[in-house]
Ligand binder design. Sequence first.
Ligand code: AMP
Length: 469
Amino acid sequence: MNFADLGLSEELLKAVEEAGYTEPTPIQAEAIPAVLMMKDLIGIAQTGTGKTASFVLPMIDVMASGRRRALMPRSLILEPTRELAAQVAENFEKYGKNHDLKMTLLIGGVQMGDQLKALNEGVDVLIATPGRLMDLFERGKILLSGCELLVIDEADRMLDMGFIPDIEFICEKLPENRQTMLFSATMPPVIKKLADKFLTNPKQIEVSRAASTNENITAFKINVEQRKKRETLEWLLNNDHVETAIVFSNKKTMVRQLNKDLQRSGFKSGEIHGDIDQNTRQKELARFKSGDINILVASDVAARGLDIKGVSHVFNFDTPWHPDDYVHRIGRTGRAGAKGRAFTFVTKADAEAIDNVEKLTKSKIDVFGKKDVRVELKEAPAKSENSRKPSKPRQSDDREDAGDKPKKPRKAREEKPEEAAAPAKPRKEKPAKAAKSEPRKKRSREDDEPVAPGEWNGPQPGFLGVGFD
Ligand code: AMP
């Protein structure tokens, strides 16, 4: 199957070729002909499957004929977050460069002036987040009665973010006789109901869930105490051949704290979460994409659907509360055929959450074990195969985390000094690729709990020979 078989125009085929795509992805192969035939569509798919092009490409051809009118966009794409909206807009620019189509991005957090001007001049494709769209609609700055085509993207995320009433309101303002496409990674009952209400005889396409089937992602869970999470993360960042990583936390406050801690430890990290204004979010993303920073600490809201090439690692610093978020988070790596590794930190309190993830993905996540560790695990501080330097003594941890309990003296298991702050074990250095950051300040969080064989037991290389089978 190639793109030419799907019924797209010559101009689009040229743009697709220039984008470097040789073969349509499964969702594109199924969706594109259906959209060109003006059918309604339900796509059960998540980012990483090529779903954006599956609606953007045929939409460009569908919209190619017709006249723009002031204040009345001809088509509407609803996205749950500003980043996703901006990403879809980039796709439009890339694929639509051989067409005379006007596209406008309507998102919060930026000045309204240019958006209003563009609406006044007439828009073929409007890409919007529900909040800003509702705002303009209520002020009478936009009319939806000329909108013949609607895309509701990431519907399950819209649900999580409380946008369903807005979506229903918007759907009701659109002409009944329109084409509607709905994309969602999962189909909870509310989304099913929404689809039943607003779509007519839709074609349903389901592509495999990346989290359960993407063989490019190697996923692990690590049983770790809350207070040892950061140390474990830093160890992995240093030792698991991390090139670029996204670290997810469930809380904005933790995103901020973690980013600060990582920077203090010498990592090149940045942060992205809902409390950061749009401009800063875009700048932070640009820094990450350009390699200025190689670690992005993120909350779910800000990071959903981000399409960043070459993310080698995803860390779930917190087990996500919603199992769907797990699917989305780890889908940030292993994209477009690349390999990726995903680590989920699991505390005792996360037992139910991780269970829900495994139920949803219908697979048990492997516990990170000795066989999976990428560095050479020798007791002696000899140079590893990866030519990492012999380790340096650690310093004590001077951070005063609100959530951290005071350090306890070690138990005798590893026969280490009693004081957590004492000069510590040998430690291996990170691989050369990730070593662009400043020298790290070493931290020490001593291990004091025995672990089950095969389970992670904290970050120190020394323990690895002890805690595993
Ligand atoms: P999406 O699922 O829309 O987020 O797309 C995921 C990634 O796949 C994006 O980086 C796209 O540029 C890329 N992509 C989309 N379609 C294709 C294709 N047919 N062949 C190769 N890569 C693609």
